[in-house]
Design a protein around this ligand. Structure first.
Ligand SMILES: *[C@@H]1O[C@H](CO)[C@@H](O)[C@H](O)[C@H]1NC(C)=O
Ligand SMILES: *[C@@H]1O[C@H](CO)[C@@H](O)[C@H](O)[C@H]1NC(C)=O
Ligand SMILES: *[C@@H]1O[C@H](CO)[C@@H](O)[C@H](O)[C@H]1NC(C)=O
Length: 500
């Protein structure tokens, strides 16, 4: 859990929106692989950390500036005698992890196919720093197009370095935003990458991503409708408590608010942030329900839809608002938080810090920039009936783009940015072959992806009952049969692409 590692180095406390914000988990959306195998540490013979001289701006041939991009390499499964394929794990909206170099479904595939394995960290995340800081001006080189060109340059360079023939088969893997990149890489550079496994990748850039919470509701209702109804009633009780002083003081205590809400009740941004944070308690659990992330913080991965719905439906805990508070206390406690921070200005101040040394440089600022300039993906409360209230509409998120990056990043800007992305990649009409799109029914992100096979050349696997990127983690004894079948099916696709 990247989150815990962060805690060791960052003094002070980390609050709610810093754990799970806008559908993004601190450290990035792909967790670390769990499982029983021994952990291999960096510096071992198996895995090497290296640095690749990369162009800053791929789209301006007169700009010769370069920087060093981190990558990991694992040769131990590679079998050049059989012309083993090259596997590429695409880095995304968090630091690249060496743990993925020896664990995960793709490593099982690498063993099977005798593949050489690389993982390229995404520019601006982790230790891959193209510019001296993260000022808004310097973030202009943070785009998915630049990231795809990084991957293309990297593949070409490795082909040369390893004397790989032009027949060498590169297969890309990615989960969450890198799942989108895996599909787009095959779309834009089909001569360099021969197939892609795209897990939980959103392909449609959508500013008002209201369906996110629709899926959260549906996923919670797989436990029971009572669970969803209790959340709805609890939220309505918060609305009422917010209307008077005694209620407000009550909320301070119940929800362990860092700042007394009676002082900020007239600030719509603070209230929006409070509701959004509380909804995030549920979204974060749903998005990672029962997956096989690394056992570093077992306490966190132990919390599932069952855990929170057990609480929400337990009448002994008091009225629904008290049960919402109990879920909140549980999450604060497993994440080692003293109080729930909902103050908008604090969040914005934090997000505005453009220093590589700031806490938010773990990726929160960078990902927010990408949402404001490329994707939207704002998980708003505009879906009805919205069990988490309707206090965090799309305007609230656009306001954040403006407050963090400047007045230019207003609604016209964000809307045309998302439209541009859809034009560049084709959104859900993407014309591509040799890509498998994998999604889970519990994962809210599936709402922006391809979940049905439209084109046999680019099939979809829709796994009933699993969450975000579930197929990428190592197998576990508790895996659903559909998940096991999906992993097998992916082997067949890879086998087919390699033989082409
Ligand atoms: C996680 O859940 C398992 C099984 O329910 C339990 O045995 C274990 O004690 C839990 N671990 C933590 C750290 O809560
Ligand atoms: C940004 O973060 C760094 C590192 O935590 C800190 O030293 C600096 O004061 C912050 N800058 C602002 C403007 O808050
Ligand atoms: C957004 O800002 C631009 C200038 O950068 C302006 O032309 C446009 O009217 C603004 N749009 C809105 C909705 O305020």
């Amino acid at each position: 859990m990247k989150f815990l590692i962060l805690l060791l180095f960052v003094p002070g406390f980390i609050n709610g929106w810093r754990i799970f914000h806008r559908g993004r988990h601190v450290g990035g959306n792909l967790g670390l692989p769990g499982g029983k195998e021994k952990e291999i540490e960096l510096g071992s013979v198996e895995v090497a950390e290296e640095w690749f001289p990369q162009k800053l701006d791929h789209f301006n041939p007169t700009d010769g500036r370069t920087w060093l991009q981190r990558f990991y390499k694992n040769e131990q499964y590679y079998d050049p005698s059989t012309g083993g394929p090259i596997f590429l794990m695409i880095g995304g909206e968090g630091e690249a992890s060496v743990k993925w170099m020896t664990k995960g479904a793709w490593i099982d595939y690498a063993k099977k196919f005798g593949a050489l394995c690389f993982q390229l960290e995404h520019r601006y995340y982790g230790k891959s720093h193209p510019t001296k800081d993260l000022s808004t001006k310097n973030l202009q080189y943070l785009t998915s197009q630049q990231a795809l060109a990084d991957l293309a340059e990297f593949i070409s360079a490795m082909n040369q370095r390893y004397g790989l023939s032009t027949d060498a088969k590169w297969i890309a893997f990615g989960g969450s935003y890198p799942g989108s990149l895996a599909a787009w890489l095959r779309l834009k550079y089909p001569h360099l990458v021969h197939g892609s496994m795209s897990a939980s990748g959103p392909l449609l850039a959508e500013v008002d991503f209201s369906d996110y919470f629709k899926v959260v509701d549906e996923s919670l209702s797989t436990y029971s409708d009572d669970c969803v109804n209790a959340i709805k009633e609890g939220t309505a009780e918060i609305d009422i408590l917010l209307r008077h002083m005694i209620g407000q003081r009550n909320l301070n205590k119940k929800f362990k608010l860092c700042d007394p809400v009676e002082k900020y009740v007239n600030n719509p941004n603070d209230i929006a942030n409070l509701y959004e944070t509380l909804s995030g308690n549920f979204a974060g659990v749903v998005q990672y329900n029962k997956d096989n992330r690394i056992g570093g913080n077992q306490e966190v991965s132990n919390i599932t839809i069952d855990t929170i719905c057990d609480i929400m439906t337990n009448q002994k805990l008091g009225p629904p608002v008290d049960r919402l508070a109990a879920v909140n206390s549980l999450l604060l406690s497993v994440y080692d938080q003293k109080c729930l921070d909902y103050k908008y200005d604090k969040m914005i101040d934090n997000m505005r810090n453009g220093s590589w040394d700031s806490e938010i440089a773990e990726g929160g600022r960078q990902w927010t920039y990408q949402t404001c300039t490329e994707f939207g993906f704002f998980q708003t409360s505009s879906y009805t009936p919205q069990v988490f209230g309707n206090d965090f509409p799309v305007e609230f998120f656009i306001q954040q783009c403006v407050d963090i990056f400047g007045p230019k990043y207003n609604s016209s800007f964000v809307n045309s940015a998302a439209e541009r992305t859809n034009i560049l990649y084709g959104a859900l009409d993407i014309e591509v072959t040799n890509v498998v799109f994998v999604h889970g029914s519990i994962d809210p992100w599936h709402a922006l992806g391809i979940t049905k096979t439209i084109n046999q050349g680019a099939p979809a696997i829709y796994i009933k009952g699993t969450a975000h990127c579930a197929n990428m983690y190592p197998p576990s004894d508790n895996d659903l049969p559909e998940l096991k079948a999906a992993r097998e099916q992916i082997i067949e696709y890879i086998d087919r692409w390699i033989r082409l």
